[in-house]
Design a protein around this ligand. Structure first.
Ligand code: HEC
Length: 156
């Protein structure tokens, strides 16, 4: 009878192996938490963006309302109903003019008329941001804007 060969010592001590198992378990838990977290974040993101846009539009509109009252209503009338300058609260104007066109008109003015350039870049007093705010205000008038076929001639 050959003597029994001694079995080799276990590769790792039992307590080390238990410790490793615990690390692996926690690793798995964290991974699941991260995956669930990312999925939940991704699902919420579009609504967060919509809310942020709405909030920004609201604050632009409010600031734009003030800026218009201070800088523009002298010629375009209170609430843009017209004065010596055109009626801007008019379906005809708002439907036929894009935001970019309004920004351009306000920034550069209408040379050869009473309408001055407002952009700092053209010697005016308003920043690009403020011109966007006024544009947001004017655009917000569109849904309720009355039809004023003679809008170009201001308040007649
Ligand atoms: C001193 C008077 C005056 C002031 C102040 C003034 N405007 Fe005007 N604006 C006019 C006149 C006049 C016109 C018409 C120009 C023309 O004959 O085409 C005009 C034209 C415009 C138009 C173009 C309308 C079109 O013909 O399509 C816009 C937009 C406009 N003004 C916005 C503004 C805004 C916004 C402000 C304030 C930041 C402002 N204006 C301040 C006199 C004024």
């Amino acid at each position: 009878m050959p003597a029994e060969r001694p079995s080799p010592p276990p590769f790792e001590a039992a307590d080390l192996e238990r410790s490793l198992d615990r690390y692996l378990m926690w690793g798995l838990v964290f991974m699941v938490v991260l995956i669930v977290g990312f999925v939940a974040y991704r699902a919420r993101e579009p609504q967060l963006r919509r809310d942020a846009t709405t909030a920004q539009q609201k604050s632009y509109r409010e600031i734009g309302t003030q800026l218009f009252a201070t800088n523009c209503s002298g010629c375009h009338g209170k609430n843009a109903v017209g004065g010596s300058g055109p009626v801007l609260n008019a379906k005809e104007f708002l439907k036929s003019t894009t935001d970019n066109q309004i920004v351009g008109l306000v920034a550069g003015g209408v040379p050869g008329t009473e309408m001055p350039a407002w952009s700092l870049a053209f010697g005016g007093t308003l920043t690009d941001e403020q011109i966007l705010e006024i544009t947001t205000y004017l655009r917000a008038l569109e849904p309720k804007a009355p039809s004023v076929p003679t809008w170009r001639s201001g308040k007649t």
